[in-house]
Design a protein around this ligand. Sequence first.
Ligand code: PAF
Length: 277
Amino acid sequence: MKITIDLDKLWATRATLHGTLGLVPTMGYLHEGHLSLIRRAKAECDHVAVSIFVNPTQFGPSEDLSKYPRDLERDLRLIEPLGVDLVWTPTAEVMYPSGYQTWVEVETLTKPLEGSLRPTHFRGVTTVVSKLFNAVQPHKAYFGQKDAQQAAVLRQMTRDLSYPIEIVVCPIVREADGLAMSSRNKYLEGDERKAALVLSHALTAAKELYDAGERDAEKLRRKMKDVIAAEPRAQLQYVSCADYETLAELDAVTGKTLLSMAVLIGRTRLIDNFVLG
Ligand code: PAF
């Protein structure tokens, strides 16, 4: 497993990897969700590269960039047994050298949901992921379904910029009690860990309504809101019942549909989603 920081060393190692290459972009502090992406890449590609970079441009001014959890040694220990060929751990100076001024922006898909509360977030994500694509030149790139809007935005970017890269979106990995795995779960203190189950409970309640035949999107949104309102430690940011591809809010559920939400548990912001149909 080769670990590199600088671009020229990354390129030199990349040149030795023949056959197909799968890239798993991460911000580190790896959990089972990330490891499932790496295992999938390993099963589908001749070689696997993992990037670890806490990307400052996708954090808003009042967000958790400085306290975002980091533990590179632990991450490398977790990756080592999985047969990864290349780990790229660029610094902010490598990624955004002084004088940096080029951005990649997906216009429409970035506006609702996460984008409505985090207006500069996706510009940071699409910029860093296109830089990762250009530098690593993978054949496939692996992302988690937990960031459903990110996956939709990156599919759009890949199509629009004609990257010859397949975007592979892998299922959400959950704790035994249903909490979606996230590096931010580390912030949950005391009772907040239990309160955080309200996200998966709200999604399950809406799914049960859907399974019982309900197709009125507003009723599904209302159900999720009611479950969240019953948890005193939870503060709802949004719930959505939207078209899976366009992310436009629906009146009626007819095709593939994304139920999603963002909820503050104390000061920790959590997201979760479920796909219907
Ligand atoms: O999903 C993430 O961890 C990040 O948004 C990504 C895709 C690695 C870009 O920084």
